[in-house]
Design a protein around this ligand. Sequence first.
Ligand code: F0G
Length: 465
Amino acid sequence: MPPSTTPEKAADPGLPQATFRFRCIGCATVTGSAAQDFRCSQCGNLLEITDSSWNSRNPAALKSLWRERRTLNAALDLSGVWRFRELLPAPQSEEQVITLREGNTPLYELPQSSRATGVTRLFAKHQGMNPTGSFKDAGMTVAATFARQAGYSWVACASTGNTSASMAAYAARGGMRSLVLVPEGKISWSKLSQSLDYGALTCQLRTDFDGCLRLLQELVKRAPVYQLNSINPFRLEGQKTLAFELLEQLDWDPPDHIIVPGGNLGNSSAIGKALLEMRDLGLIARLPKLSIIQAEGANALVRTLREAAGKHLVSVLAETRASAIRIGNPASWEKAVKVLQATEGACEQVGELEIAQAKAEIGAEGIGCEPASAVTLAGLKKLLQQGFVEPDETVVLVLTGSLLKDPDFTMEFHRGDLFKNTAVEAESARLNPLRHPPVVLNATLEAVLKTLEQAEKSDRTRSNI
Ligand code: F0G
């Protein structure tokens, strides 16, 4: 029987029965439990979560149930993740759920970028508006819940900064300890400081992200810690809700394109999984194309597709100022390849100048984002040039992290230092009109008035160009 749509019934926050299973993405073996590395015991490939009950739901009833929950105040209904619990793995009880009221993120129009690119229906789904400032929270509420339910007192992750901030917060809320492995000197202070405040045991390892992740795989075999990287399929289940919520915000009329940044490739895999599940269930009538954008200096998936036709991973030694996606050996590359094929999306790369420009342009819209998120706008410009995206199509950029996540990048950009002593230093001068460096003045009225006058004059000159 489909769920009732009356408010009284929707107020019932009961969880569905736990009927989910683990399925290998390689050999399709289905099992009831997963080992600590979340890999198939038969072929070693990654596991995903599947649940036969998902396909038996009534799509119209689900839509109205989810909408009604937005007016309710029960903890599970206030979460923009658990509001969609009919299509998530179910914990044993509501009390198990660790939530910070994640999700419920805004879908913004981007009028200036829309004018500049010619794409009239251009939106940003801003996952940086989550409790710890990134999309990771949507996955973490689910994975941390299952970690505690399984009886773990320690959770652990390797991270470029956002996963660790999110994990530390959810562990703290759930009364668990957390162990963070981050590459020393290669993540932003802002992210690192979050995990300190949330009480994590934070280890800065003298390696890169890929080295941290490798070490974590060894560690979970030796110590009773539960890994919360996106290899953990519960993370991806929570991250699916980004797509459910997006479609709800678009009144279930699918956009033509969704564009996401690609790092370890968990998020693109999660969004793709959600799109396919929504299509199979009849929540949407057609699939958006899901495209993945990487930084040129961390372009493992781009190379995997171009040089190996998606058959095996081409790893790279990653280098980019978009430190969140400085990843050379992405764990979920096979899931991402499948999603690109299923949705007929594109995979592109963008340079450091293009990233900095796009980030400043998103900032100028009054919303801002961190550098890794800005690859989406830079990627859109490339996909338009290639004719893959048409200006009359509807495009959604997924902004994955808040502007406040990487203040060093922003300050260096506006001060004009970001590209000093790099190969693109001379070329970076073309971004000068986007810079707004702080002005240091004597504390006098005259000094401020004069500066204001000069700013008005240069605004007029610019608008006459
Ligand atoms: N954008 C931001 C802001 C990120 O923090 C990440 C990944 C990505 C995009 C890429 O997402 O890995 O799912 O393809 N950050 C991870 C971390 C690796 O440790 O915080 P992905």
